[in-house]
Ligand binder design. Structure first.
Ligand SMILES: C[S@@+](CC[C@H](N)C(=O)[O-])C[C@H]1O[C@@H](n2cnc3c(N)ncnc32)[C@H](O)[C@@H]1O
Length: 356
């Protein structure tokens, strides 16, 4: 999986267990990012829709969710990957901008990324495995980058891993069904079908994914954008349509509440960050518009450590300040009282541990 700010790596096991406790058969992962939560739902047997505004996320979702491992021809896929791995390097956009002007990859790997990406563009665009091959390239590039996990800066000295040779591998495909919906959550949420479980994990501060992962945007779009600045970002980063309302202090709270109230699901799970511009009481109140009960559960990096607000019914909802909590993950669960209670009992009683 690619390195990603705000990725729910450690919470994936908990979220999978919540899907089981909710007896969900269908799910939506809104703001899916790396798609790792949606992948876990699919592994649990749910039919999953994953949605995000990032084009690289759409490709990841087409690879991990839309492709059914049982239907993919693994022999043919492995042959295509071996063919791409054997292509000689050739300087292009990546080498020039991300290896020579900036230093995100060593030139030997940048040249191979260029050669493979050009080949995918020229001869694999309509191939059934195109999203899987592009995902394999993104993962391989991520493994030899020279960053701390985002693309706004690169390391002063080459990272150790950047000296390794780029190698595409067959991604860990998952059996089952899924779908990717590329778009803004505020635009797509009302049109998504009603599901058993909807999970949402929006950005909670000013840090933009469009700029933080501009190399993946460009690698996927392959649109030769004019680069600018030390990080060689895309020039369209300056355009309004690439800015998310979720990165704007004033616009984020009403947009978020609007998405919450438009979400159609029996159980809604919301990741909460204590650096958020939205107060927990506002999220709880938005959730209570369509649901009987809401609970806010707290996890440290290892385990469930308690309920912050307990379970309240509509008339009794009262939420205090979440306050400063370093290295804590918080999630709201909303739904019918009995369902919310059984989910809370499960995570509390069974000591489900997030992955380390
Ligand atoms: C906290 S990350 C999600 C991380 C994800 N749960 C994971 O584990 O990888 C937030 C995501 O929201 C996406 N995003 C930002 N603004 C958006 C918007 N208005 N609509 C849809 N997605 C948006 C970003 O591209 C980013 O992938």
């Amino acid at each position: 999986m690619i390195k990603y700010l705000g990725s729910k790596r450690t919470l994936v096991g908990v979220l999978g267990a919540i899907a089981q406790a909710a007896e969900a058969k269908t799910a939506v992962d809104l703001f899916t990012g790396t798609t790792r939560v949606a992948q876990e739902f699919k592994r649990q047997g749910l039919a999953v829709i994953a949605s995000d505004s990032a084009t690289y996320s759409d490709i990841l979702a087409k690879c991990y969710l839309e492709a059914d491992a049982e239907k993919v021809d693994l022999v043919s896929l492995s042959q295509k990957i071996a063919y791409l791995n054997a292509l000689p390097g050739r300087s292009g956009y990546v080498t020039k901008n991300f290896c020579e002007q900036a230093r995100f990859f060593q030139p030997k790997n940048g040249q191979r990324i260029d050669a493979i990406r050009e080949e995918l563009e020229a001869n694999f665009k309509t191939d059934i495995d195109y999203p899987i091959l592009l995902t394999a390239l993104m993962l391989a590039a991520d493994h030899v980058d020279s960053t701390t996990g985002q693309h706004m800066a690169y390391l002063k000295n080459w990272s150790h891993r950047s000296g390794n040779d780029l190698e595409l591998l067959v991604p860990d495909l998952i059996t089952g069904t899924g779908k990717s919906v590329l778009g803004l959550a505020e635009d797509v949420v009302a049109d998504l079908p009603e599901v058993d479980l909807l999970y949402m994990d929006p950005p909670y501060n000013q840090h933009r994914y469009f700029t933080n992962y501009h190399i993946w945007e460009t690698l996927v779009r392959w649109d030769n954008p004019e680069p600018y600045g030390i990080a060689m970002k895309r020039i369209d980063s300056r355009e309004a349509h690439t800015h998310s309302v979720f990165n704007k202090r004033k616009k984020m709270p009403p947009a978020f509440k609007d998405v919450i109230t438009k979400a159609k699901a029996k159980t809604v799970v919301v990741s909460y960050n204590n650096e958020s511009w939205v107060e927990p009481i506002d999220i709880a109140e938005a959730l209570l518009k369509n649901h009987e009960s809401v609970a806010l559960l707290e996890f440290d990096y290892k385990r469930y450590i308690g309920s912050q607000i307990g379970i309240y019914n509509k008339s009794g909802a009262k939420v205090g300040s979440v306050g400063e909590r370093k290295n804590k993950e918080l999630i709201f669960i909303a739904g019918e009282t009995s369902r919310v209670e059984s989910i809370e009992d499960l995570v509390a009683g069974r000591g489900i541990e997030p992955r380390t």
